[in-house]
Design a protein around this ligand. Structure first.
Ligand code: PGA
Length: 249
């Protein structure tokens, strides 16, 4: 019922020539895939090249962040219409690295989400607890407050453009994947909270991705869980062969 969604977040990796090589390989390798939505989020600098290569293919492009204004004196920032004009259909919002190093708050996430949707972008909103929050038993409280603020007052259109990614911060880039059971417990909680906010019907259709050290050898067990609808893959998406294996879970 919920179509699987596998996304690659390249973070600050790959020059244009490296990006071109990887995208060409992926386009060829994944061309037969019909039952999974595939998205790649290269750095901004490689978007236009990637858009040229993926045009008309089954690989969609996303950006790793976006500003909430359409234009203005915001040195170093990129706006939703700019992403659309570079060929993006998606944008990742509120990644834990944006939260940790660049001061992104849940309120920012909400502003950016609304602004991105006004330009026609689908949004992947990231949430997740830190290690000390999990260890002190606060995981669900953290997820609850992140969801309440980030997904505040969404219109029908905004809801329809939403994908949620659960990325426990302690599992990102650490090689420590949440076990399928731990991930499923969090995903189930997230779906329940979204049902409280927007009703069961909506919650049962919204896709919730898992992110944090997803690899070819753990994707299948994760995807077998009832509430895990896909993955947001960092490190393992940089290698075209390993990302292809993940898409082919
Ligand atoms: P990772 O990153 O797969 O390297 O843990 C995931 C992410 O940051 O989205």
């Amino acid at each position: 019922m919920r179509r699987p969604f596998i996304a690659g977040n390249w973070k600050m990796y790959k020059t244009n020539s490296e990006a071109e090589e990887t995208i060409r390989y992926l386009k060829d390798k994944l061309k037969e895939i019909e039952n999974v939505d595939i998205m790649i989020a290269p750095p901004y600098t490689a978007l236009t090249i990637a858009a040229g290569i993926t045009a008309g293919s089954n690989i969609y492009l996303g950006a790793q962040n976006v500003h909430y204004e359409n234009e203005g004196a915001y040195t170093g920032e990129i706006s939703p219409p700019m992403l659309v004009s570079a060929g993006c259909r998606y944008v990742i919002i509120g990644h834990s690295e944006r939260r940790q190093y660049f001061g992104c708050t849940d309120k920012d996430v909400n502003l950016r989400l609304k602004s991105a949707v006004r330009s026609g972008l689908k949004t992947v909103v990231c949430i997740g607890e830190k290690l000390e929050e999990r260890e002190s038993g606060k995981t669900f409280d953290i997820l609850s407050s992140q969801l309440s603020e980030s997904l505040k007052n969404l219109s029908e259109e905004e809801k329809n453009m939403l994908i949620v990614a659960y990325e426990p911060v302690w599992a990102i880039g650490t090689g420590k994947t949440a076990t399928p059971d731990i991930a499923e417990e969090a995903h189930k909680y997230i779906r329940g909270k979204i049902a409280d906010m927007y009703g069961r019907d909506f919650a049962s259709g919204v896709r919730i991705l898992y992110g944090g050290s997803v690899k070819p050898d753990n994707i299948r067990d994760l995807m077998a869980q009832d509430n895990i609808d896909g993955a947001l893959v960092g490190g393992a998406s940089l290698d075209a062969e390993s990302f292809s294996k993940i898409v082919n879970f």
